[in-house]
Design a protein around this ligand. Structure first.
Ligand SMILES: Nc1ncnc2c1ncn2[C@@H]1O[C@H](COP(=O)(O)OP(=O)(O)OP(=O)(O)O)[C@@H](O)[C@H]1O
Length: 236
């Protein structure tokens, strides 16, 4: 079943910080299921866009709708995984239970299965904050997926993880997407983007420079700025 939060429509989204428009009129419709990868140089506005979508930042101007819903009304159907996961000072298992108390009560075995899915079953009782960066990130993803979100937002969630953890997370994200979750992922990793993306949104200077099917984007980017980025000619 396609995500009920589609299409995502963003119109004239503006955010000013100091005297600078860091989001300078984003217009974007994401209508297709699957995985959308957001790319663009450092400081382009990718994280801010994701945070606006998740309701963590209120834009100064513009509109976002997800299906028929506002950001606020869609929030309980969304999950977001950050580059640096925010975990509670509790065990791995308690971190999951705290996020989904009803599931913890009615189907506690699902929590254990979630830990198994990220290869952390034997770490259930370990304090989450004592885990390595990669382990914490896998736990954060397991927590995000437990609620079976209609929209999963990932902000450079695999940056600085080892290759096996990256592939594990990518595999879980692909499975989740195949089950109907709309995935929007920010990544600088071109390999990852090629492996995962159905379509690419390229952001530059707080605006959408290009939106294309992934094959087209990687073989024949339309804009000079995307070409330069893919060729490694833009300072990251
Ligand atoms: N709270 C803030 N106050 C002032 N400027 C900010 C604030 N948050 C972000 N910015 C600026 O907004 C711009 C866009 O930031 P954003 O984090 O969205 O970039 P990004 O595209 O995710 O970059 P990166 O690839 O480096 O993570 C940057 O120039 C950043 O310095």
């Amino acid at each position: 079943m396609p995500s009920p939060l589609l299409p995502i429509r963003i119109s004239d989204l503006r955010l000013v910080k100091g005297d600078r428009a860091v989001l300078a009129g984003i217009n974007l419709t994401i209508g297709e299921p699957g995985i959308t990868v957001i790319m663009g140089p450092n400081g382009a506005g990718k994280t801010l866009l994701l945070r606006c979508l998740h309701g963590l930042i209120k834009p100064d101007q513009g509109q976002i709708t997800l299906g028929q819903l506002s950001v606020t009304d869609s929030r309980d159907q969304q999950a977001m995984v950050f580059q640096h996961p925010v975990l509670l000072r509790r065990t791995a298992l308690q971190n999951l239970a705290f996020a989904v108390p009803e599931i913890a009560r009615s189907e506690p075995q699902r929590l254990l299965r979630a830990l198994e899915s990220v290869h952390l079953a034997d770490r259930a009782d370990q304090p989450a904050r004592m885990m390595s960066g990669g382990e914490q990130q896998r736990l954060a993803l397991a927590r995000a997926l437990l609620s079976k979100p209609a929209l999963l937002l990932l902000d450079e969630a695999t940056a600085s993880l080892d290759p096996a953890s990256v592939l594990l997370i990518e595999s879980l994200v692909k499975t989740q997407s195949a089950q109907g979750t709309k995935v929007i992922l920010v990544s600088h990793d071109q390999g990852q983007a090629r492996r995962l993306a159905d379509d690419v949104v390229f952001i530059s200077g707080g605006q959408v420079a290009e939106q294309s099917p992934a094959n087209q984007f990687f073989t024949a980017p339309e804009t000079p700025v995307a070409k330069a980025y893919l060729a490694g000619e833009i300072l990251l």
